[in-house]
Structures are given as structure tokens and as C-alpha cells.
Design a protein around this ligand. Structure first.
Ligand code: NAD
Length: 269
């Protein structure tokens, strides 16, 4: 139950009703008997600056999770960023320091890798394709490079986004072989859909059918889309015999990193 003493954590985005973090955080707080609660904040874009200013002065707020479409806007307006967030110019978690300063990090990529480990995927020395070079695709690609991927292909229908992510990664990780696009999936141990394609039951695939026909049956196919739980891309991959990783698994595997950064769960090494 929320009390006067309850310390708050928020999740900020718009729309917000679809997010799963409040259930996940509040179940953990209840199980651990913590006097903490997560609230969901649906904030209009013109008022985001006021929201951030209010957070600095909100004494019983410990921090927030940041979701679509504000990951980049928060990064531009808060008071400190991790090196990874500064490079990606995006945050998905913010901690409020006791003096009111707001500092951010981007742990979407950690959540992804944490879930992938549960499917026996280890990035070191492997080859991967990330489709979508936006907020979440950038975070996943960055985490794969940090974890020692040998070869990484990026694909985005927005060529400028694809090129700017490739340039950022090339500078930060010179040992990784970076490809822009690909003609076959046969080399990849991991193929990730990091676009919204497949969301909401449209039946769409993120890659052309001919290309998907070259997906290896021993590859891990992963999607960031959480609804439907098994996207058309994952259905197709499963039918080919691949291991599949859902968007919901990635979201669940992030909980400890988000809570650890805010300081409301034990820190993760
Ligand atoms: P974004 O808009 O920043 O990036 C999406 C990118 O996909 C864009 O660059 C766009 O050009 C590209 N794209 C779209 N269709 C494409 C196609 N057919 N082929 C290649 N590229 C294509 O969005 P985002 O913040 O990265 O979010 C993407 C999705 O990830 C959303 O559906 C979001 O809900 C989901 N998400 C899931 C989790 C999770 O934990 N499961 C976490 C964060 C975001």
C-alpha cells in the first residue's frame, strides 16, 4: 500500500498504459517488503521539460525508467550521463541524487544480453545482425560490441541512422568488423529485430522473405517487440528450428539493471 513514507520510482513515456515495468517493479517491492512503489507517468511532449524540472525537486522520488518517445529528450536535458548514454545520446533509466541532480544510463542492451545468455548465446567471437538502428537497436549493438562480438551487420531503412550508428561503433570498437546491410543471413549466430515491425498483429516481417530463408537453424532469433509475445519473425524462426527470444524476456531481464542503477534494488556488477 502507498503510504506517506513510501519512496517512489516512476516510468515516464506516452502512451504508457501498455508498459509492464510497474507490475514487475511493484511485485518485486512487495515480495521484498520494501516501502517503495512505481507509478506510471503519461507526459505530453511540450511538458517534458517541466516534468524533468519537477523531478529534480521531488524529494521522495528515487528515479525513473524512461520509455518511448523520450529516451533521447531525457538524455539531452538531464545533469549527467554514463559514457554509454553519452555515446548513444539516449537514456532508459535515471537516478535522482540526494541533491536533486538527475543522472542517466542506457541498459536496454544489458537486458538483451542477459536474456540471450539464458538461450546459451555468448557474444564473444560471434557474428550478429541487428535490424533497426534506433534507440533500442543502438543499445543492443553497443552492448554486443562491448561483449566482444567479432562481426556485426546493421540494417535500417533510414540510411542516415544506419550510417551514424555504424560510425559511432567503428570509433568506439575498432576491433569489431562492421557491415552495413547483408545479402544473406547464413553467417549469423544471432539475428535481432530491433524495429517496431510486427507490433500489434500486423503480420509484417522486418526482413524480406527471401533473406529470411537463409536464417540458420542453429541461430538465435530475437525480437524487441513485446506484443504479440511471439511476433511473425519469431514464428518463422521457430518453424525453421531456431531458438527464439521474445521482447518480454528482454524486458524482464532488465529489471535488476534498472532497479540497481536507481538504487532501489541490489547493485549488479
Ligand atoms: P526507434 O524509432 O528509435 O527505432 C526504430 C528503428 O527501426 C528506426 O531507425 C527505423 O528507421 C527502423 N525501422 C523500421 N522499420 C524497419 C525495417 N523494416 N527495416 C529496417 N529498419 C526499420 O524505436 P526504438 O526506441 O528503438 O524502439 C523499437 C521497438 O523496441 C519498439 O517497438 C519498442 O516498443 C521496443 N522496445 C522493447 C524493449 C524491450 O525491453 N523488449 C525495450 C525498448 C524498446
Amino acid at each position: 500500500m502507498l503510504k506517506g513514507s513510501t519512496q517512489l520510482v516512476a516510468i515516464v513515456g506516452t502512451p504508457i498504459a501498455q508498459v509492464k515495468s510497474p507490475e514487475n517493479f511493484n511485485a518485486w517491492f512487495e515480495r521484498e517488503q520494501q516501502d517503495l512503489a512505481m507509478i506510471a507517468m503519461d507526459v505530453r511532449a511540450p511538458d517534458l521539460g517541466h516534468c524533468i524540472a519537477l523531478m529534480r525537486g521531488w524529494n521522495n522520488l528515487r528515479g525513473c525508467v524512461v520509455t518511448v518517445p523520450y529516451k533521447q529528450a531525457f538524455a539531452a536535458q538531464i545533469d549527467g550521463l554514463s559514457a554509454r548514454s553519452a555515446a548513444l545520446r539516449a537514456v532508459n533509466v535515471v537516478r535522482r541524487e540526494p541533491d536533486g541532480r538527475l543522472v542517466g544510463d542506457m541498459v536496454d542492451g544489458f537486458g538483451f544480453l542477459n536474456a540471450a545468455r539464458q538461450h546459451r548465446f555468448r557474444a564473444a567471437g560471434r557474428q550478429a545482425l541487428v535490424v533497426g538502428a534506433g534507440g533500442v537497436g543502438g543499445a543492443i549493438a553497443h552492448a554486443l560490441c562491448e561483449a566482444g562480438i567479432a562481426r556485426l551487420a546493421l540494417m535500417d531503412t533510414d540510411a542516415a541512422r544506419q550510417d551514424s550508428l555504424a560510425a559511432l561503433l567503428a570509433q568506439a570498437f575498432p576491433a569489431v568488423e562492421l557491415l552495413r546491410g547483408c545479402a544473406s543471413l547464413a553467417d549469423f549466430d544471432l539475428v535481432v529485430n530491433a524495429t517496431p515491425v510486427g507490433m500489434g498483429g500486423t503480420g509484417e516481417l522486418p526482413l524480406p522473405r527471401e533473406l529470411l530463408d537463409s536464417l540458420r537453424s542453429d541461430a538465435l532469433a530475437a525480437d524487441v517487440v513485446t506484443s504479440p509475445p511471439v511476433t511473425p519473425f519469431l514464428e518463422l524462426a521457430r518453424a525453421r528450428g531456431c531458438r527464439i527470444q521474445t521482447g518480454a524476456e528482454m524486458a524482464r531481464a532488465q529489471l535488476e539493471f534498472l532497479g540497481g542503477f536507481i538504487g532501489v534494488m541490489p547493485p549488479v556488477d
